[in-house]
Design a protein around this ligand. Structure first.
Ligand code: ADP
Ligand code: NA
Length: 323
């Protein structure tokens, strides 16, 4: 059976971009593949975090995994820092990667902006991510489009090491959604929706509702006034159409047709309802699960199962390197 691995950082509020681009795939894949899903808390400390807040957010993301439909009987769900092999393998990969290829990562360039006092973890972060993936002999990595470059780096490093030591690693493939691999910020449809953007109206969060309808009603569009999908000319409306389509289950063509001759106001107003309705069951399950003993039990079980796989891979790799 094919192995799947992916992770989400427990920093900031999860948003519908995370759901549409990544989590939807997690659910789809758990039916037919051997899935491992991780809350990557060690990635979060690439920037300073409030310790209490980080612990809370880690459990939030774990509870969200279950709330969107991950089934612990079908998927391994665990917290990265509870499996030490991630950090160990990451060091081995660090010694087998080039500084140049790390400096070329667009996410690093965006976040670092040439600041020499930035944490070194910002630069080496993709190697921890590569370790996450390679540790589970992963075939498929379901992520959003923004992570594609990091998967390519993971492949490069795995292939480089395999060239020297054949079969050290399984070389993984990127998997993205056909529709919704990159949900754009509502206030600026030229950049992706993200957890860390300053403006809270730039995103629609999965958990805290208050700004949701305001964010949609204020979303940047264009002056044409026609609800039409065209990512080049109409990135704002196209982004909203994608969101509408995902949460309503309707085809984009059908939605365009439905709003023919109507303005953006009517479309946005309905989109608010569609999103609220789509997200409500997630919130409801979250409230049931988040403070349950069951959540802790599932994570402990996940740690045990993940650790068993990770230890096996790490032993194989250390052996290969003479460690
Ligand atoms: P963020 O990028 O929001 O800070 P993460 O880095 O933890 O969050 O990403 C979690 C997952 O969500 C990754 O698979 C990532 O590619 C995906 N993702 C993040 N933002 C978006 C987006 N705007 N559209 C689609 N997928 C996204
Ligand atoms: Na990301």
């Amino acid at each position: 059976m094919k192995r799947v691995f992916s992770g989400i950082q427990p920093t900031g509020n999860l948003h519908i971009g995370n759901y549409i681009g990544a989590m939807r795939q997690f659910i789809e894949l758990q039916q037919e593949m051997d899935c491992v899903y991780c809350v990557v808390d060690m990635h979060s400390i690439t920037l300073p975090q409030d310790p209490q807040e980080l612990k809370k957010s880690t459990l939030d993301v774990a509870a969200l995994y279950l709330s969107v439909g991950l089934d612990p009987k079908k998927s391994i769900i665990f917290v990265q820092s509870t499996v030490p092999a991630h950090a160990e393998l990451s060091w081995i990969l660090t010694c087998n990667s080039h500084t140049g290829e790390l400096f070329r990562m667009t996410q690093f360039k965006d976040k670092n902006k040439g600041d020499e006092s930035a944490p070194a973890g910002l630069l080496t972060y993709p190697l921890l991510m590569a370790a996450d993936i390679l540790l589970y002999d992963t075939d498929i990595v379901p992520v959003g489009n923004d992570q594609k470059q990091h998967i390519e780096l993971t492949r490069d490093i795995a292939q480089r090491i395999n060239h020297r030591f054949p079969k050290a690693f399984v070389v993984p493939d990127y998997r993205g959604m056909k529709i919704g691999a990159r949900i754009m910020a509502l206030d600026d449809p030229t950049s992706k929706m993200s957890k860390s953007a300053q403006n809270p109206l730039s995103r629609i969060t999965l958990l805290d509702e208050p700004t949701r309808s305001k964010a949609i009603m204020k979303a940047t569009t264009d002056s044409e006034g026609t609800v039409r999908f065209d990512t080049e000319e109409k990135p704002g409306i196209s982004n909203l159409l994608t969101i509408y389509s995902v949460f309503s289950g309707q085809e984009i063509k059908a939605i365009e047709h439905q709003y023919e001759g109507l303005g953006y106001g009517a479309f946005k107003k309905d989109l608010v309802d569609v999103v609220i309705e789509g997200v409500a069951p997630i919130r409801q399950r979250f409230d049931e699960i988040r403070h349950s003993q069951e959540l802790i039990r599932i994570l402990e079980d996940g740690t045990r199962r993940a650790d068993a796989i990770a230890q096996k891979t790490l032993k194989r790799v250390k052996d290969v390197f003479g460690l």
